[in-house]
Design a protein around this ligand. Sequence first.
Ligand code: FES
Ligand SMILES: [Fe+2]
Length: 351
Amino acid sequence: MSDNLTRYRERTYPPPYPDGWYRVAASSEIRPGEVRHVQCLGEQIALFRSRTQGRIAAVEAFCPHQGANLAHGRVEGEWLQCPFHGWQVDGDGRVRDRSDAEDRPVAHRHWEAVDYYGMVMIYRSARGDGEAPCRLPLQPKIDSRQFVCRGRYDAGEHDMHIIEFAENSVDFRHFSQIHAVMRIPWTSIKLPWIRIRHEPSWSLDDTLEHISYFGDEAMLELGGRVYEKTRSRALITFLGPGSIVKFDFHVPKIGEVTMFQTHTPVEPLKQRITFRWFAPRRVPRIFVSYVIGNWISQWRQDVEIWKGKIYRQRPMLAAGDGPVWKMRRWYRQFYPDDRAEELSGENTDAG
Ligand code: FES
Ligand SMILES: [Fe+2]
């Protein structure tokens, strides 16, 4: 895509990094005592896991002393040691000089980091770093081992702004346009004689204001007849601005699958996207693959649109378009400081 077009598109969107929890690595990629350099969210991050407690930590990659790259250093106990003159930093941003072991009266930039079901997540906020104002929710079915990890898919980088995933969830009209065609799971190959009828919905959480829900009930349609027995449900929980989204797929009589999809901006219009899913051990692998592959096939149709589109601050909405303004008002909270008014518009929703 030409740079000109990218710049043109970029100017139409809200800021690229809304406040939220972002996936920066797979937990398995950083073992105790390891460090790696991660670039995303407009930041340069040294991600390391302490040797003794196995604690994951994210600090600014460049040493507060003279700017050497800490990701080229090594982990010493709970500290990350700079390769240049040996200063050390820890996951709380404390700094000390190894030669005198005294704390320096400076705080090194750092982000709260946690392991979340196999993903390393950091909290990024425009207002500053440090402790996150909201936690990622526990998942009792995974904690109890009722659901176990059944697979992951790293989808690479895609040209889109992060808000598009939230916009998608309230764009009810596009379901009958681009998601009604059944495709062979994991592919874009159409099965033209089967169609999918969607019933989308969108709502806010009653108590946690950073959470919203997108629901999709889907049924198969053959030769113009809708088969009620094929009705399946997907509840999609936005745990923030779309940086991590949880899917609960439920197909009656067959089973349930839970999936996390993550978007991490590596550039304003470039998201690194991953999927990781969980299901009971007894649920057949072919069913799990069918459910996830179906979603991936449909998601790819969206990506084709997102990679070329701009953001309309004042879209010309029509009946049947879904609660776009309601979602944008909700989304404003992830931009506490900047340009948030551009998201919300003056119009009101019918829906
Ligand atoms: S630059 Fe890191 S200790 Fe000097
Ligand atoms: Fe879509």
